[in-house]
Design a protein around this ligand. Sequence first.
Ligand SMILES: [Mg+2]
Length: 296
Amino acid sequence: MTSPSLLLLVDLDGVLYRGADPVPGVGAVLAARAALGDDVVYVTNNSMWYRTEYVDRIAGMGAPVSADRIVSSPRATALYLRDHHPAIRHVLTVGASGMDRELEDAGFRVTRAGDAGELIRGEGVEGTDGGDGWEAAGRPEAVVVGLDPQIDYLRLTVATDCIRAGVLFIATNRDPVYPTERAIRPGAGSIVAAVEAASGVTPISIGKPAPYLLEEAARVVGREPAEAIMIGDGLTTDIAAALAVGARSILMLTGVTSRADVDAASPDERPTWVAADAAELAALLELAALLERAGD
Ligand SMILES: [Mg+2]
């Protein structure tokens, strides 16, 4: 490599698109950066989808993409478990099918809390006294919790039994709400909070604002997270995660944060740069590339 390229970690909702609509010009800016040799990796806290389910949507917005450049919170969870807990092979999951698939892809045996729950269905409290959830699940070594649209009392019971048995408790993310195009719905964090309350154990959370999602995303292209520029629209998620790994950040005003929000934030919570639109994003990335070359 003759000149150092940028590592861009890019949030999806509020940056590349807003619901179904593209944010004008952002896909083209990323495509131009990739053509110059920059690494572009997408990072999202959303725990419900498998990597390939994003590819067409991202490509349709003109942005450079391949499945392995998409690091969602369940993908990062699978990579984190593999990197940090190599002895763990069997996980109990409370989440959507995309999350299960990411874990299976990384080589984990997955037991769904819904399936184990059927084995302890019985009399007693809400029909759950048919046995111990950890035994019914085949003694998994970790519990992974994400957004489970079919969450119910049996699933909570199984997850809690497993954590009481002493196994590792991992959350894909702790976002309390999940904004859809039409409404605000409970997020993974609301389900995580229920399991936390019932078990008395605080999980390791992988998604932003924790550092792990960005660490795993940088590793996907063989780089260090501190080299990255995080491009996101959330102060308390994207920018906080960037600060946690020592990365620079660009706060896009195309999503949930206004300029007044940035001004009201304390100095140690602010992004490196702020961009109102794709044109300002392009100019800042050009500046960052110039600075990188000057420091070479
Ligand atoms: Mg966002």
